[in-house]
Write a protein that binds this ligand. Sequence first.
Ligand SMILES: Cc1cc2nc3c(=O)[nH]c(=O)nc-3n(C[C@H](O)[C@H](O)[C@H](O)COP(=O)(O)O)c2cc1C
Length: 188
Amino acid sequence: MLILGIAGSPRRNGNTEILLDEALASARQAGAEVEKIVLSTLNIAPCRGCGYCEKKGECIIKDDMQGIYEKIAAADAMIFASPNYFYHVSAYAKAAIDRSQALWARNHILKDPRFRQGKKGYFISVAATKGARLFKGSIWTMQYFFEAVGFKMAGRLLVRGVDGKGEILKEQQYLEAARKLGEEAAGK
Ligand SMILES: Cc1cc2nc3c(=O)[nH]c(=O)nc-3n(C[C@H](O)[C@H](O)[C@H](O)COP(=O)(O)O)c2cc1C
């Protein structure tokens, strides 16, 4: 059981990365193998919309996204964490999501028989404010991203009203919820 954690915040050890780390630690404790990717430390260009992947099943841009394709394909579950930026995911997260069009093409256009589907995907996000519709955009995006790359939304942890770096550490209920999410991802 391999769980892939993707950190989408450029703020290292910020709120979403702390929640992701909690989730991955509890998944590991529950017996899963875990791997974490921090998008802001990688070189991931935006999608060019060139259509190359629709013919070849791979992306023409040879940057760090190439390794992520393989990790997504190998993972049995994924936990994707991003701060809420302007009612959406961060630009780091969105760049990786858009580049996943290559996996979508492999699956839906080229119908690669090795493509596994229905794996469990979890979304973690934190926002400073408390509006009811804060996460609407990112939930839709994450749902379709998960489906495009062989996952389905199995759970999410959405936190409102937490802004300062590391302030989430004062919110025991969310740390606990992240641990539960990790256990669930590990199949416990
Ligand atoms: C560029 C930027 C845009 C943001 N946009 C929003 C927003 O639209 N709504 C909101 O409630 N918080 C917004 N925030 C606040 C972050 O969501 C909040 O600080 C969050 O805790 C950051 O998580 P992190 O520590 O994992 O980076 C924004 C922060 C930044 C830096």
